[in-house]
Ligand binder design. Structure first.
Ligand code: G16
Ligand code: MG
Length: 217
């Protein structure tokens, strides 16, 4: 009984949201736009291009495509600068035991992320070998809540959508999993992720018994 276990990256496997925030804050600061941690919540799971539009909207700034391209490039360069120091210690608590258990049980493991930097991040934190399939921001045209990213991941594993389980920290990601007919597991605040079928604050309370139940389902 093989299932597809699909992991989001940012906020699920690693907390790169803090680096995205620092890099966006720099751009916002240069443009005189106030950009708070609360604003940053809106960028979770959202593509780079869309994130910039949200920030420019905050400052009511109407920019040329040329300026936008320059800021997008600068944001990514600053972001990559933060990633240089990343290592295994940045894998979020409880993630590694779950990946190991899924491997032992011969389950399909995939990544379903909006990030175009997903592969280098998985390499840096040294877990890329766990993944049988990787679908990231370079492979999809439609952003979450469109289920494209998760549907592609399940199909690369050769497993039907209804046999897929998605771990997500963003509202848009949970909606994408639900639309695809997959089992959705919210990782983070329950009040925010109330549309998820199951919910955990992080991976540490996820025991083998729960995974066994998902495999048998
Ligand atoms: C992540 C983050 C988003 C970010 C997006 C694109 O998505 O949650 O905040 O804007 O990737 O990242 P990049 O600029 O690296 O292409 P996910 O789906 O992994 O949570
Ligand atoms: Mg995420």
């Amino acid at each position: 009984n093989k299932k597809a276990f699909i992991f989001d990256l940012d906020g699920v496997i690693v907390d790169t949201a803090k680096y995205h925030y620092l890099a966006w804050q720099k751009i916002a600061g240069e443009l005189g736009i106030e950009f708070t941690p609360e604003h940053n919540e809106e960028l979770k799971g959202v593509s780079r291009v869309r994130s910039l539009d949200i920030i420019l909207n905050l400052g009511k700034i109407d920019a040329s495509q040329q300026d936008k391209d320059r800021w997008l490039l600068q944001k990514n360069e600053d972001y990559l600068g933060y990633l240089v120091h990343m290592d295994e210690s940045e894998i979020l608590p409880g993630v590694l035991p779950v990946l190991q258990y899924l491997k032992e049980q011969d389950q399909g493991i995939a990544l379903g992320s909006a990030s175009k930097n997903a592969r280098p991040i998985l390499e840096k934190v040294n877990i890329i070998s766990y993944f049988d399939a990787i679908v990231d921001g370079n492979d999809v045209t439609l952003a979450k809540p469109d289920p494209e990213v998760f549907i592609k991941a399940a199909s690369l594993l050769g497993i039907a959508a209804e046999k897929a389980i998605v771990f997500e920290d963003s509202v848009a990601g949970i909606q994408a999993a639900n639309i695809a007919g997959m089992t959705s597991i919210g990782i983070g605040e329950e009040a925010i992720l109330h549309e998820a079928q199951y919910h955990f604050p992080d991976f540490t309370p996820i025991e083998s018994g729960f995974i066994d139940m998902l495999i048998r389902k």
